[in-house]
Design a protein around this ligand. Sequence first.
Ligand code: PLP
Length: 339
Amino acid sequence: MDDEYGGMKWDNLGFGLMKTDYMYTMKCGKDDKFKQGELSRYGNIELSPSAGVLNYGQGLFEGTKAYRREDGGLFLFRPQENAIRMQIGAHRMCMPSPSVHQFVDAVKQTALANRRWIPPPGKGSLYIRPLLIGSGPILGLAPASEYTFLVYASPVGNYFKEGTAPLNLYVEDEFHRAARGGAGGVKSITNYAPVLKALSRAKDRGFSMSCTGFVNKRNIEEVSSCNIFMLKGNVISTPVPNGTILEGVTRKSIMDIARDLGYQVEERCIPIEELVDAEEVFCTGTAVGVAPVGSITYKGNRIEYKMSNEVVSHKLYSRLVGIQRGIIKDNKGWVLKID
Ligand SMILES: Cc1ncc(COP(=O)(O)O)c(C=O)c1O
């Protein structure tokens, strides 16, 4: 297995882009279906200056991971969910989308072609980034004439600089991430640049950019690129997706795991004030896993949460990782062996 690692130093792997060997590309016309894609060496792509994605933001992205287990086996976690989310997003953004089979096959091919970049167990994973963009030229506002589905990958370790330490969240009250009827419920590229201002404001106040929370009419909605949960007694609550929240694959998995462990799981509007009474708050996402929140700062007030090794979020995360690593039996068909 050492050969596969090619002398890479995997310790201290963060969440930065590391170029890998191959990417996958598949194209189709406006009223067409995606057919056959192919792998090519990773590199720059050529786009018309009037491509739909560059001018009108007609684009979606996804994020999933390939893992290496102790026995060397390579696995994906619920890639079909990402495929379905891309299809829903494509419908919202007037784009054709790859079938679930095409999506999963492209992710698989990209992971295998870059297998030497999948870190050893416990050191990280290969983050896989599928993109669907309007690549055809268009001048008047309309759907692009051609679409490109592209998949690339980068090995990653911890998303948060703080590692596994509890997160200190800063909740933004001026800039909103998404509005009802907008595209907040899908992974449109247009949702991300507008929040950079809020993230940099949080950074100026001494918080990590990836720890910025968003409220809508005083209800907590999301944290940068993860979903948020609170625990009180035996009840685990998370904001109800009403078109402004991205329904995470990790969110869905953690809700299932929590129910299996006997918790009552609720999706509802959560006024930010309610977090004061929470016993635990935690965030979920492909990049972050399940991250406990140590404090929340909103309108100058700071709420702190007690931390211990016994926290429920840790129990939920252990179960998720156990299934991903093959330590806990996957009786839900969540993991997909790819080699
Ligand atoms: C805005 C937003 N919320 C939540 C998530 C978490 O989703 P997932 O668990 O599928 O990674 C992401 C990341 O994809 C995101 O961008």
